[in-house]
Design a protein around this ligand. Structure first.
Ligand SMILES: Nc1nc2c(c(=O)[nH]1)N[C@H]1C(S)=C(S)[C@@H](COP(=O)(O)O)O[C@H]1N2
Ligand SMILES: [Mo]
Length: 317
């Protein structure tokens, strides 16, 4: 039995940015009133029936409006343009869905996505996101630490990397139709095992308190907030613990421009553009937006710099 419900939203109940902000103010006020109850994971039910608890990592910036988060996407399975995913992803069916955890683990398992979500403690984490094309967003994800899933599987001693694979479904993903040759399918990514086990590394199943929209990687996608956006593989079907560094899609396409590590680094430019500043998406109007200086490790250096202390990040970009 699921311990909580996570219904699919109808278009009319998608949380607006404003509704989410006012709910947060309500929660902040009620958490003072409720005192220690919050610490035990008790929280008023969300209007949408989603039960997550505030996670340990919360960015300070003003969140990007939901319409920008869902209408400015990279998801080549649905086309090359930033607005293609919101246009073409509606026919995609993210349920039923299985996620296989396999390879060098003591307990391989094929999870049903809803059983997996019921087995994990769901948290909301407001993460800074930074794309290699030099744009950025900040918004609340719902999901769980990847480490919690990997610990259940018990990686073996020789597991040094984690390989991820997206779904292959040309009948629902127009960008995978034969003949287009945009990317080699399925999309694949990888992390070193210490990166994968880091508490910041997150598997997202929702955002803004709602089931993850198709164009953002439903039903489950990776979020690694100190790395460029392309590491955040969407619609994952397979997680495999391996001994050797696995191939990654963008590195296969263009190894000179996209490395395996892809740590946000304002000092190492992409060959075709600077990575020193970023364009804030959805930040127009009164609250500014425009550009800002990019922070090393996207501002998460305190947490993750130690992972790379022995590495030259110009060579291992
Ligand atoms: N399966 C898959 N995952 C993917 C991509 C893709 O094309 N296919 N694009 C990547 C890139 S380049 C970026 S910037 C992020 C964008 O995630 P968002 O649309 O949720 O912002 O997804 C990443 N994950
Ligand atoms: Mo990207």
């Amino acid at each position: 039995m699921a311990r909580w419900s996570y219904p699919r939203p109808s278009p009319t109940e998608i949380t607006s940015h404003r509704a989410w902000m006012s709910r947060r103010r309500f929660l902040a006020a009620s958490s003072v009133a409720m005192g220690g109850m919050m610490g035990q994971g008790v929280r008023p039910a969300m209007a949408e029936g989603l039960q997550t608890r505030p996670g340990p990592f919360q960015a300070e910036e003003k969140p990007t409006p939901l319409t920008d988060v869902t209408h400015y996407n990279n998801f080549y399975e649905f086309g090359l343009g930033k607005s293609d995913p919101s246009t073409y992803a509606s026919a995609f069916r993210p349920r039923p869905w299985t996620l296989s955890v396999e390879g060098l683990v003591a307990h391989p398992r094929v999870w049903d996505i809803d059983r997996l979500m019921a087995a994990m403690t769901l948290e909301e984490r407001l993460y800074r996101m930074r794309c290699v094309e030099a744009w950025s967003m900040v918004f609340p994800w719902d999901g769980f630490a990847l480490a919690n899933l990997l610990k259940l599987a018990e990686p073996l001693g020789n597991a040094r990397y984690v390989a991820f694979e997206s779904v292959l479904r040309p009948e629902q993903m127009p960008g995978q139709q034969p003949g287009l040759d945009s990317l080699p399918w399925p999309y694949v990514e990888g992390l070193r095992i210490d990166e994968a086990m880091h508490p910041l590394t997150f598997l997202a199943v929702g955002l803004y308190g709602q089931t993850l929209p198709n164009q953002n990687g439903a039903p489950v996608r990776l979020v690694v907030p100190w790395k460029y956006g392309f590491k955040g593989i969407k619609s994952i079907t397979r997680i495999r613990l391996v001994e050797k560094m696995p191939p990654t899609t963008w590195n296969r396409m263009n190894a000179l421009e996209y490395g395996f590590f892809a740590n946000v680094n304002p000092d190492v430019d992409h060959p075709r553009w600077s990575q020193a500043t970023e364009r804030v998406i959805g930040g127009g109007g009164f609250f500014g937006g425009g550009r800002k200086r990019t922070l090393m490790f996207n501002g998460y250096g305190e947490q993750v710099a130690g992972l790379y202390s022995q590495m030259d990040l110009r060579t291992y970009f």
